[in-house]
Structures are given as C-alpha cells and as structure tokens.
Design a protein around this ligand. Sequence first.
Ligand SMILES: [Zn+2]
Length: 290
Amino acid sequence: MELKTLREYIKEASEKGVAIGHFNISNIEALHGIYNAAKKLNLPVIIGVSEGEEEFIGKNEVATLVKEIREKDNYPIFLNADHHYSFESVKSAIDAGYDAAIIDAVKLPLEENILLTKKCVDYAKEFNKKNGRDILIEAENGFIGQSSKLLDKIPEGISEATMTKPEDAKTFVDQTGIDLLAPSVGNIHGMVKGGNPKLDIERIKEIRQACGVPLVLHGGSGISDEDFKKAIKAGISVIHINTEIRVAYKEALEKYLKENPNEVAPYKILAPAVEAIEQVVYNRLKLFNE
Ligand SMILES: [Zn+2]
C-alpha cells in the first residue's frame, strides 16, 4: 500500500473525527518507544523536535531516522519541527527533510508575526514545487505558554483574553496561508500539578469553522480524557504530547538505576524508559482514535 502524505492523513483524521498524535523526542530511545506504540495500533504518528531537542539529537540525524523508518517499513511516520522561532531554523528543517514545521512568532507584534509566518509558508511552497514534496507549515494564534515541564500553577499571561478569537484566526490563516493552526483554547504547555485547565470546546468549534484549516492542540499533557474526546469532535486533528513522555522516561530511568545500581549497559538501563514511553503513547493514541 502506498503511503499518503501527512496532509492527507490529517484530512482523513479530521473526516473520521479522530486525531493524530504528535510526540516529542530528544533521543532515539523515545523514537523507538513512540514507533512501537503506533505500530501496535497501526496508526499514523508525528514525531516532534523543538529547537532544543533537535540540537541534542541532531537535525539531519533525526530527519534520516524518521525517513528511514518510513521508507524501510512503509509506515506513516512523519517529522515536525516543533516551535521553531526564526525563518532560518524553519528553513533548515525543511532543507533537512522534515515533513512539517511550526513557525512560532507569537511573541512578536501581530504584523511581524504575519510577515515572518508568510515568509516560511512561501519558502515551503517554493520548496515543495521544486522537490515534489508537501511540507506543511503551522503557526500559533493566541498564547499558550512556552515550556513542556511540570508547573506549580497556570503560567502568568494566560487568560481568556489571550485565547484565540475565531475572527482573528480566520484573518491570520488568510493572511499567512498556513496549512495548520495551533489555537489557544484553554490549553497550555506543560503539566500543572493541581490539574490542567479545562478546554473551551465551543471556541474550538468556532475557530475550526471560521479558519478553514485543521487545528492542532498543543500542550496535550495533563488534559482529561473527556476533554480530549470533546476537543477532537469539535475540530482538533493533531494533538501534541511532550511533558508526559518526559516524566515517564525520567521516572523509569530513576527506578531502574535505583534498583540496579551496578548496571552500566545503556541498552539495559534505558530499556524500561523505552517501554514507559511506549505505554504513554499507546494510551494516548488509543484515546485519540476512539
Ligand atoms: Zn507546542
């Protein structure tokens, strides 16, 4: 069976009322854990690397790893440049062979954000035409915080006022030509210890209708199963999970080292971490595809 493009898998997910999981990695162990889980469920999956994660694993290396799995196993696994902050870093991800990129210019004044986002879209379009690719560009509208970690409380600067307004989402999509939109709908990056805020499901519906492109939910860690299901039905087609994977990795590693203080073989030390990631991803993918 010939693989479809990421754009087609996302369209298919949106038509079926399911969502594709996007999971971040910093190393090859996480890639294996995620791929193992996706394979068990036979579902398409997106691997994400932020600028920091990408620097650690290597930009060309991660592109090669994902492409190798996709081509060797004929499996729908794709690579996304998650939250890249400059044109140069988006461009180099595209050039390296990524399948999608997020230009995150949300900190800039709106006019500058639009210009920079459009520049990335134009570059991707040109690249696609020249190389027969279909690389997608995503951008964020509204603010959702910035770090994938455990938080004591909801970060400063996040409120209903910073959530995406449907009319703004439409203008932003029209002016930039992006393929995917990451809205702010009560989601935040990171996991809040006392529980993450609830999603504004009505807002998701309105944004999806107004902007006309598939929506990506960032900051999926810590959101309740019920909210996920409702958000997907309301128009979310891709969901980002990062912090939960980081926590699972760290806890499995800590436990193993504590129980096996004399073990030095990395492939033994890290095996439980791969399994822990697989478990998290398996459960999330299953939920996103119910
Ligand atoms: Zn994000």
